[in-house]
Write a protein that binds this ligand. Sequence first.
Ligand code: PBG
Length: 325
Amino acid sequence: MSFPHNRLSRLRSSEVLRNMIAENQLNLADLVQPVFVHYGDNVEREIGSMPGQYQFSIDRACEYIRRIYDVGVRSVLLFGIPEKKNSTGSDAMSDSGIIQQAVRAIKRAVPGMFVITDVCFCEYTDHGHCGVLTNSPGGMILDHEATCRNLAIQVLTHARAGADMVAPSGMIDGQILAIRQALDSNGYSNLPVMSYAAKYASAFYGPFRDAAQGAPSFGDRRSHQMDPRNSDEALREVQQDIEQGADIIMIKPGMPYLDIVRRVKDNFNIPIAVYNVSGEYAMVKAAAANGWLNEKQTVTEILTSFKRAGADIIITYHAADIADK
Ligand code: PBG
């Protein structure tokens, strides 16, 4: 008997066997590319803190989405930057709002692309918060009930425009139930809801706030996004969203929260999405631009770590790049 050792870990000579016993595979089919849609025509503006990501007007967004479709990307997540913001974010509730027009145009231009819409108000309100504000003794706070009523309106405009899935991202109490009821009672009972169930109050959203121009003008989102110190709480949030009718559960950000992905995977039987957010993207891009990291190897390793942790869907700004190589 030879000295016991893990023979399978020493298979340097056999790529074939290594591939056969690999436990996880990264598939292009699992990736979702976020796209920022800006008002106007012929706009293609690179986002300073997110090299390789752009704000596109609808015409240019359609061209970009055609290009990434042709290299194999099959799903996009849309964010809108409206021309006018106001206290309720009314552009987000209009059938002729930026996102509603974009969905119609994209589904016409690239019918095979699966279009997911972000359902939230922070890019549409002049105060940059995720819904309707109300006065309280301690200052302005989010009115969760009024916001849920508006989310129900918003989501129906997305459904009418032809969205394939909606993704409520505000972590407003009761939002999944409000959205599910609105969809079901208006003939959209087959439209799936992907809930940002465990969304942490994170510094990693920094570059996104440049990209979507949705930074809160005062205060922060700690009243409704999760405390990074907690993980049992994430399981409670997930449970509630499943009970309210969520079809897919999202965890966000990705890399710093792989433990949450794994706990949700072990505790629930529901598809999991992970959002590899703007700050995670910016870090890799900055290091790669300096020659400090090999971009392709780093991105592959990061995206594979999401699969290993238990994610099904990966929302990542690297999707188009990975597909193109
Ligand atoms: C809210 C929303 C945010 C992100 C996705 N949806 C911003 C926030 O909560 O502050 C962040 C995504 C990223 O950082 O890439 N509509």
